[in-house]
Design a protein around this ligand. Structure first.
Ligand code: AHR
Length: 345
């Protein structure tokens, strides 16, 4: 009896031991670490939290190639991509919103692209594609231009404080027109609908009253020399009653200067011209005594944007806006030539 019970106990113990062994059998391969939870519902990449630049395939939706600022912006993205060893797929929207939206959807459908960078032509109309990008697991970073869309649809926005650029422009125009009996200013506007144009115009208006500036003409010149010139020529045919021209970018300012000269007016004396961007062309014009001031807008955003994209890919939470630090350059600066020599674009 005792022997039977002992055998039964041993058999039972052996069964338990075997089943315990089966459950506790060490896994031959460690289970893959789960990527960190998406921040605020935003996607991370499968390589998270260890993604490197070489894991990123960035689809970059550029606005177009409208001038010196844009060329420097594009160069910053292309050169930095090479330096960091990430893959860049570049899409030129040719300043056409329908093209840009189509390009966005192309990148959403492209299985290789895992990050989308957008320099938005207009502030509105992005919610649907942003939602589609989120559903498709793409990391989205905005560069240069802000948009009007819920913040939980993109990782971050890296770009200028355009309203502040407008405020600085008004302050500088006040200084240029100091002592002038009248302060009649014409405004050459960028692409209507873009955050750069809207916010610069708004910032200028916030401050222009402080010295009595009156804007009597305001029209788009679509960021271009030729259009800036054509619009100024048309205004000059109506009247030469103008003290200053606020051009929302350097190209339009340079176009306005050409128009003034052809009309027999002396820029920098008869009419003060101020523009935004601080490109090489603006420095050349300031050194020639024509353009009075250029307010800086930094185009070299590639390094910051890629760094932000990598952080977002790894699940790091980012501030929703990282504003650029920017200055003002004046024709009256005695060190202007030296400053111009040290500029990268
Ligand atoms: O968004 C920045 C603006 O876009 C620049 O001031 C203008 O030159 C460019 O095209």
């Amino acid at each position: 009896m005792y022997r039977t019970k002992t055998i039964a106990f041993v058999l039972l113990a052996a069964t338990f031991a075997l089943s315990a062994c089966a459950q506790a059998a060490p896994a031959t391969e460690a289970p893959a670490a789960e990527p960190p939870a998406a921040v605020g519902g935003l996607p991370t990449l499968d390589c998270a939290p260890n993604c490197e630049y070489s894991d990123l395939v960035v689809g970059f939706l550029q606005t177009g190639s409208e001038g010196g600022w844009r060329a420097a912006n594009t160069a910053s993205f292309k050169e930095t991509a090479e330096q960091l060893g990430l893959t860049l797929k570049f899409y030129d929207s040719q300043n056409d919103l329908a093209n840009q939206v189509a390009g966005f959807r192309q990148f959403i459908q492209d299985p290789e692209v895992n990050v989308i960078v957008l320099a938005a032509l207009e502030t509105t109309g992005w919610e649907d594609v942003l939602q589609e990008a989120r559903d498709a697991g793409k990391v989205v970073v905005l560069e240069d231009r802000r948009i009007d869309a819920p913040e939980d649809l993109y990782a971050t926005y890296i770009g200028s404080d355009f309203a502040e650029e407008g405020r600085k422009s008004a302050d500088e125009m006040c200084a240029l027109l100091e002592g002038s009996d009248t302060k009649i200013v014409w405004e050459l506007v960028g692409n209507v609908g873009s955050s750069a144009a809207k916010d610069r115009g708004q910032g200028f208006r916030e401050r222009m009253g402080e010295c009595g500036i009156e804007v009597t003409n305001s029209q788009t010149g679509n960021w271009s020399i030729t259009e800036g010139k054509a619009v100024t020529e048309a205004w000059l045919r109506e009247s030469e009653d103008v003290d200053g021209i606020f051009a929302q970018n350097d190209e339009m300012g340079l176009g306005a200067i050409e128009a003034l000269k052809e009309a027999g007016l002396v820029p920098g004396q008869d009419v003060q011209v101020l523009s935004v961007d601080a490109t090489g062309g603006a420095f050349k014009s300031m050194l020639a005594g024509e353009l009075g001031v250029t307010v800086e807008c930094n185009p070299q955003l590639g390094p910051q944007v890629y760094e932000a994209a990598l952080k977002a890919a790894n699940g790091e939470e980012l501030p929703k806006w990282v504003p650029s630090q920017e200055g003002v350059f004046r024709a009256s600066d005695p060190n202007l030539q030296e400053i111009a020599d040290g500029r990268a674009y």
